[in-house]
Design a protein around this ligand. Structure first.
Ligand code: URP
Ligand code: ZN
Ligand code: ZN
Length: 457
């Protein structure tokens, strides 16, 4: 059925104006004032509301075997939570570990998502080892429409690559025109610091941050940038958490390295004191890189406003309290990850736009458009004739508080519980079909399609 979104204030990465948006056959087909309403058109009244392009989360974990357990979501539960929060497309990390086959991993992840997601999706392909078979397999995966790799400089021996493997991956990425995303923490330093702290009897979640301080992340970021510089490949730092690492990234950008920076909503909203809460409650906020000293949050907000940070993602990775309790005796065994897929847009709007100094355009750019541009989602992140009709009608007057009832994630806690919220998506569409109406999910968990991408670097 055709759809008309009427009378809203349209905000894109670069524009701000009032118009109607008409959608037919999955696409935006007309934009303008007082568009005619053909018979049989569904009309959404957006008077007094913003109309944003569907938001894109460029870093999520849904299927993830990790630290002796599995992240809690299915593609169905994660995509429903995403849509409640205005996210209409996500990029999931395909993460086989070093003992697993790369191509088998890709096919496993792809098969799990297929027919089970209410949002559109694509993947970053993790390269956890680089042996005699890897290059041919990666060529096959890229030919299937996956135009980005992922490397972990952390998680030694599990996902983490050695320097020769990093070099080979980036050399191949350069040849194929693929961008490589990277988790930048020096694995050896983390391993040594963890051993030292545990040997001193420092076992609680509050010791997670000291086991991987900002210098460890800054070293990892600079290390990745040097390898990009030597290979000429394009790169993207994921979940950058601190000023020291941002300086390394900006230094590299200034040297002409093609490097993009992502930070994630937990690092904007939580400081290290969350992970220090007593009686093991801090485990809820254990992720890597860890939550930092508050001054780093200011650096992230400033960096985002100035465009030094390109995108805001989630690194969504839910583990429930029983799973977190696997690390009661040693913080090194607490599964790393915080759920956030449904909260990113609302928290960024509340604390960035409504209560901060982030412009509406920068908000849209960093939470949608820039990810589409960097990762080649050419039909997404825009409100333009011919683009996919992924749209968010957003009520800026809504006031609420995040609770277990509102967060929609498949988990028994939300790290954002108790956070005040200004504004919320009321209607959300996926290629012209309404998936959220008046804040409730009315979509279809098999509608999501794999977005195939073309290498462009
Ligand atoms: O703690 C985190 N970030 N968990 C997910 C895996 C990763 O490093 O992205
Ligand atoms: Zn990571
Ligand atoms: Zn991640």
């Amino acid at each position: 059925m055709p759809l008309l979104i009427k009378g809203g204030r349209i905000i894109t990465a670069h524009e701000d104006y009032y118009a109607d948006v008409y959608c037919e056959d999955e696409l935006i087909t007309a934009i303008g004032p007082n568009l005619a309403v053909p018979e049989g058109t569904e009309v959404i009244d957006a008077t007094g509301k913003y109309v944003f392009p569907g938001f894109i989360d460029p870093h999520v974990h849904i299927h993830l075997p990790f630290m002796g357990t599995f992240a809690k979501d299915t593609h169905s539960t994660a995509s429903i939570a995403a849509l409640h929060g205005g996210t209409t497309s996500y990029i999931e990390m395909v993460c086989p570990n070093r003992t697993e086959d790369t191509l088998e991993g890709y096919n496993l992840w792809k098969g799990m998502a297929e027919g089970n997601s209410a949002c559109d999706y694509t993947f970053h392909m993790a390269v956890s080892k680089f042996d005699d078979t890897t290059a041919a397999q990666l060529r096959e995966i890229v030919a299937d429409g996956i135009a980005s790799f992922k490397v972990f400089l952390a998680y030694k021996g599990f996902f983490g690559v050695e320097d020769d493997e990093l070099f080979n991956t980036l050399t191949l990425a350069k040849e194929l025109g693929v961008i490589t995303t990277a988790h930048c923490e020096n694995a050896e330093l983390v391993a040594q610091l963890c051993d030292k702290l545990l040997s001193e009897g420092k076992t609680g979640p509050e010791w997670h941050e000291p086991s991987r301080p900002t210098a460890v992340e800054a070293e990892g970021t600079g290390h990745f940038a040097s390898f990009l510089e030597m290979t000429g490949a394009a790169g993207y730092v994921v979940h950058l958490s601190c000023e020291a690492a941002l300086k390394e990234a900006v230094d590299a950008k200034l040297r002409g390295v093609q490097l993009y920076v992502e930070s994630v909503i937990p690092h904007f909203c939580f400081d290290h004191t969350f992970a220090e809460r007593p009686n093991f409650e801090g485990a809820k906020w254990i992720m890597s890189p860890p939550l930092r000293e508050k001054s780093n949050q200011k650096a992230l907000w400033d960096g985002l406003r100035m465009g030094l940070i390109d995108t805001v993602a989630t690194d969504h990775c839910p583990f429930d309290l029983e799973q977190k309790a696997m690390g009661r005796e040693a913080f090194t065994l607490i599964p790393n990850g915080i759920p956030a897929i449904g909260d990113r847009v609302n928290m960024l709007y509340t604390y960035g736009v409504s209560r901060g100094d982030l412009s509406l355009n920068r908000f849209v750019e960093s939470a949608s458009t820039k990810a589409a541009e960097i990762f080649g989602l050419t039909q997404k992140g825009r409100i333009a004739v011919g683009a996919d009709a992924d749209l968010v009608v957003f009520d800026p007057d809504y006031r609420g508080v995040v609770t277990m009832d509102t967060h929609h994630v498949n988990n028994d806690y939300s790290g954002f519980e108790g956070f005040e919220q200004d504004g919320r998506p009321t209607e959300v569409t996926v290629r012209g079909q309404v998936a959220i109406r008046d804040g409730e999910f009315v979509g279809d968990t098999s509608r999501g399609k794999l977005i195939r991408r073309t290498p462009s670097y």
